[in-house]
Write a new protein. Sequence first.
Length: 136
Amino acid sequence: MSRASAMARGRLFAETGMTDHCVVTRTKTSSDVDPATGQAASITDTVYAGRCEFIAADTEARDITSAGRPVTQQGAVLKVPVDSDGSASIAAGDAFVATLTQNGLEPIVVRGRVGGGHHQTAAVSRRIPVEVTSSG
């Protein structure tokens, strides 16, 4: 078996485990001003939408303060297909929403922020480090 065919099989196998759905977005500030608020308008673009697998990587959560409110932050990993449109464009600071559907219960929605990228030779999936923050 050639390396190329082994990689293709590995990527297909990895993708079968990606039973959840994710949307990764990037918000930019426009040069246009919103007449209602007088503030620069924000534009949110979808960077990636499709299959994923969410893995809560850290077993230890951290209590932090954000905007004067106590929140809990936990590291996790978002796995997305290597060959999917947009998956290579996911970058630190992007927001994500993962809908976890294969847990045998009602769907769970997880929101967070991308902490960095994933670059690896011969990867069968992109394993994106993310931070999940929940209000206390």
